[in-house]
Design a protein around this ligand. Structure first.
Ligand SMILES: N[C@@H](CCC(=O)N[C@@H](CS)C(=O)NCC(=O)O)C(=O)O
Length: 348
């Protein structure tokens, strides 16, 4: 029997209005299907992750994750409405039902995950990041100690705020935080000289620097102040949506592990159809078994996802690879077989 989220999230809450009792206990996944559109919360200000391209459409790794969800839930990666949100707005947008889910450089932490905290549910990590510091080359600052008694521009409502405090306090270094609402303001404060350094996730520093007039005049220090595992998130009370999201992300990673790409997925489907002995591949592609159905999706959801966005490695290379606008070496974001930490559990 389908698992509904009994007593957890009524349609009335999801819509922010009234609903009859018979409509109670419906998963957001059903609402997304009924609406035939996914409302995906993004940042919108980070090149490489979510940023408005010259053609007026959002692009980036976080955006492709929204597309992968839409392909899996609706069979069409283009059925996404993007909602740009600041760090401070993002969790309220999930709670009030303004968005279905968040795909926005959000760090997976205990407090955010717990029901006593933000009450979110996190999908698997899509980008392993760490907090860094950027300074002007002319400042000749080379490490965090060189920032003692200086001011630092930081975004509010972020893990960044707490980490920078912890880092300076643990080394008994005094500093002055200057807080802003979003990345653009943090960047403006830094470029206008209101602070000696700006701090954020290192991916955001690299993305911001890529848009500067003279990127080479700015240095991202080697100090990594924290772990920032960035993951999509949804309302923690909606287990069905969380399950579906979890396995969509794992399908991207598993496809890369198996060498299944956007270009060869249809060949793989044919190959698996013609070879009944290839059970794991047939289950993965939905040719036999009912894995998709178990999480409220079509059994061929993996085919829909990979033929739309490609696998995780293809998404990564498109937006953050060496030929992209924001090249970031894969490092931890490689597969576990390649020196990274991405691994998918079995599709059994
Ligand atoms: N990953 C961290 C920080 C992410 C973050 O949102 N940072 C700020 C800037 S410091 C931000 O709003 N960045 C993107 C934007 O302005 O949309 C978190 O989850 O708290």
């Amino acid at each position: 029997m389908r698992r509904l989220i009994s007593g957890m999230i009524g349609l009335s809450m999801l819509l922010g209005g009234c609903a009859t009792t018979s409509q109670e206990n419906i998963s957001r996944l059903d609402l997304i299907k009924k609406r035939n559109e996914l409302i995906c919360g993004v940042s919108g200000k980070i090149p490489g992750f979510s940023f408005m391209g010259s053609d007026g459409s959002y692009q980036g790794l976080d955006v492709d994750i929204c597309k992968a969800f839409a392909a899996a839930f609706l069979g069409d990666a283009s059925k996404v409405q993007y909602r740009p949100l600041t760090a401070a707005e993002r969790f309220t947008a999930i709670k009030t039902g303004e968005i279905d889910l968040l795909s926005r450089n959000t760090t997976f932490t205990l407090s955010r995950d717990s029901s006593a905290g933000n009450g979110l549910s996190f999908a698997p990590v899509v980008f392993h990041d760490g907090q860094g510091l950027m300074v002007k080359r002319e400042s000749q600052i080379t490490n965090i100690k060189g920032l003692a008694n200086k001011s630092i521009c930081v975004g509010s409502g972020t893990t960044t705020e707490q980490n920078i405090n912890d880092a300076f306090e643990s080394q008994s270094l005094p500093y002055q935080p200057i807080k802003y609402q979003d990345l653009n303001q943090v960047v403006a404060g830094y470029l206008q000289g209101r602070c000696s350094a700006m701090t954020s996730d290192r991916s955001q520093l690299a993305a911001a620097r890529s848009g500067f007039k003279n990127p080479e005049d700015h240095i991202i220090l080697d100090d990594v102040l924290s772990k920032e595992p960035l993951a999509p998130a949804s309302d923690g009370r909606d287990f069905l949506l969380a399950d579906a999201m979890r396995w969509v992300i794992f399908s991207l990673i598993s496809a890369e592990e198996q060498g299944i790409t956007k270009a060869n997925i249809l060949e793989k489907v044919k190959f698996a159809t013609d070879n009944p002995q290839l059970k794991p591949l047939r289950r993965f592609l939905g040719i036999e078994g009912d894995l998709g159905e178990k999480i409220g999706l079509g059994n061929d959801f993996v085919v829909k996802v990979i033929s739309s966005t490609g696998n995780y490695g293809e998404i990564y290379n498109r937006h953050l690879g060496s030929n992209s606008e924001v090249p970031i070496p894969r490092g931890l974001n490689n597969l576990y077989t390649n020196g990274g930490v991405h691994i998918a559990p079995p599709f059994n």
